[in-house]
Design a binder for this molecule. Structure first.
Ligand code: FE
Ligand code: FE
Ligand code: ZN
Length: 278
């Protein structure tokens, strides 16, 4: 069965978020592990956690994904930013693992002029510091557009981070469709070629989740601007082909499209209809 859901806020609680998602016809969601532009998070009451877990179970939810805050930069040369980021990474992996969240995704970060090699080393060091090896959660590096000094817009950069980490079995990749396309991977006209490249560079078994976005800007633009599915340069038919692809169709899809709950409900309906399995 297709596992699909929106990115939504858990500000009103995890159970409330799960209920909203069910009302949208979805069976999973993505949320921020804490305030995306700050550092705060809400302490959860046992009652809320129990209600959330029960909703997941009774409604056959697929894997849920937590997204790290944007204030995290694990490739930063600034020790204040770096230490803060390392702390958030470690703490949120633990918090999300305790909630039985399946995936924790983060942006590899920006090296801010110190170079790709230095950035990659810092990201890997942070992961080595954060992971104990006993986690159930899988930590995912997100494919990026390559805006500014962002790392992770080439598959080989993600592979180099993974290679430096001790507990590689806890790591995977979340492919953001808008990001890979704007980074120059032509998923519109050569999906098989891109997947082959992913397999050669990283290994296709590391591809765990998809950010389902269309792109405002064309192939290789290096610009990160999401649009609703079918409203961008990738286009509806290519995105449906991606969702139906045998190497991808069993992965969870998280919509990061600029729509409200009603918009997401309609978008999910449309995608389900067009990607129906026979
Ligand atoms: Fe992201
Ligand atoms: Fe994304
Ligand atoms: Zn993006």
């Amino acid at each position: 069965m297709l596992v699909i859901g929106p990115h939504i806020s858990t500000a009103k609680g995890y159970a409330a978020a799960a209920r909203d998602v069910i009302n949208m016809g979805a069976n999973t969601f993505q949320f921020f592990s804490r305030n995306p532009r700050g550092s705060s998070f809400r302490a959860l009451e046992t009652k809320e956690i129990i209600a959330f877990q029960e909703l997941r179970r009774k409604n056959n939810f697929g894997a849920i994904q937590a997204h790290a805050p944007y204030t995290m930069n694990l490739a930063s040369p600034d020790s204040r930013v770096y230490d803060f980021s390392c702390g958030v990474l470690k703490e949120d992996i633990m918090r999300m693992d305790a909630l039985s969240i399946e995936y924790f995704v983060f942006h590899p970060g920006s090296h801010v002029g110190t170079g790709v090699d230095a950035g990659i080393k810092r990201v890997a060091d942070a992961l080595n510091n954060a992971l104990s090896g006993g986690e159930n959660i899988t930590v995912l590096l997100e494919t990026m557009s390559g805006a500014g000094t962002e790392l992770g817009f080439r598959f080989e950069q993600l592979k180099r981070v993974i290679d430096l980490v001790r507990y590689k079995n806890k790591l995977g990749v979340c492919m953001d469709l808008c990001h890979v396309f704007s980074a120059g991977y032509d998923i519109k006209n050569d999906l098989n070629g891109v997947l082959e490249e992913f397999n050669n560079q990283i290994g296709i078994e590391r591809l765990k989740t998809i950010h389902l976005n269309d792109s405002r800007f064309p192939l290789n633009s290096g610009k990160d601007r999401h649009t609703p599915v079918g409203k961008g340069e990738i286009g509806l038919s290519a995105i449906i082909d991606i969702i139906k692809h045998p190497r991808i169709r069993d992965l969870p899809f998280y919509l990061e499209t600029p729509l409200d709950n009603n918009g997401h409900k309609r978008e999910i309906e449309m995608i389900k209809k067009l990607s129906e399995r026979r």
